[in-house]
Design a protein around this ligand. Structure first.
Ligand SMILES: C[S@@+](CC[C@H](N)C(=O)[O-])C[C@H]1O[C@@H](n2cnc3c(N)ncnc32)[C@H](O)[C@@H]1O
Length: 204
């Protein structure tokens, strides 16, 4: 049910998404790219890939990186596909985080940026990420962090006024979810930028 509302919301904003979120995307995705330091030969899955901006940052340095992006918004994926017409190694599919259309142990790396707080069944999403990850694979998740005052405020505001919003997590709540899903947290950080945003990141 919630997925439908999220899909509608992102279908509507897809054409202006990159312009509206340019500064936020540049900061968060550059951070994630540097933090994850993905080897050029790794196969990568991006869950909630949106308009493929993370893929753009990766491909600038590693033009042959094998990356698959999934998202529930066909319009966001349309924008993403247009960016990578010349890159057959980058592909996009419509799929929800809780139902990934890939065989077990398909990817070396799974990433997800600014999307986890939308997942209406985070436990199922984490189980799916674990299933499609190779046994020695790595996961990097970046998302808003409710330990920061403005994030708590935004979370409250969105809960009241935006039916697409699921929930933000504190770092402790997020880590609890991850360990319950049998992930080992290898590295974790949280940081603040642009007054409002409080983010957290994990390597699993
Ligand atoms: C804030 S955007 C972030 C997009 C991209 N990761 C980025 O950082 O530019 C969140 C994206 O997550 C997608 N999304 C939300 N819930 C999802 C789900 N359950 N499965 C897959 N994608 C989802 C939305 O459609 C949207 O494109």
């Amino acid at each position: 049910m919630r997925e439908k509302i999220v899909t509608q919301e992102y279908d509507q904003v897809a054409k202006i998404y990159d312009r509206r979120w340019n500064s936020y995307n540049t900061k968060t995705l550059t951070f994630l790219k540097n933090w994850a330091d993905i080897p050029p030969q790794a196969t990568v899955l991006d869950v909630g890939c949106g308009t493929g901006e993370f893929e753009s940052f990766i491909i600038r340095d590693n033009p042959n990186q094998q990356i698959t992006g999934v998202d529930i918004s066909e319009q966001m994926l349309l924008v993403a596909r247009q960016k990578f017409i010349a890159h057959p190694n980058v592909s996009f599919q419509i799929a929800g985080a809780s139902n990934l259309p890939f065989a077990n142990h398909s990817f070396d790396i799974v990433v997800s940026a600014s999307a986890f707080h939308f997942f209406d069944d985070p436990v199922a999403a984490l189980a799916e990420i674990k299933r499609v990850l190779k046994p020695d694979g790595k996961v990097f998740i970046l998302d808003w962090c409710k330990d920061y005052f403005f994030c708590r405020l935004i979370d409250l505001y969105l809960k009241m006024f935006n039916p697409a919003h699921e929930r933000c997590y504190t770092q402790a709540e997020f880590h609890e979810l991850l360990t319950s899903a049998n992930f080992n947290i290898q590295r974790a950080a949280k940081f603040h930028f642009d007054v409002i945003w409080g983010m957290m990141v994990v390597e699993l």
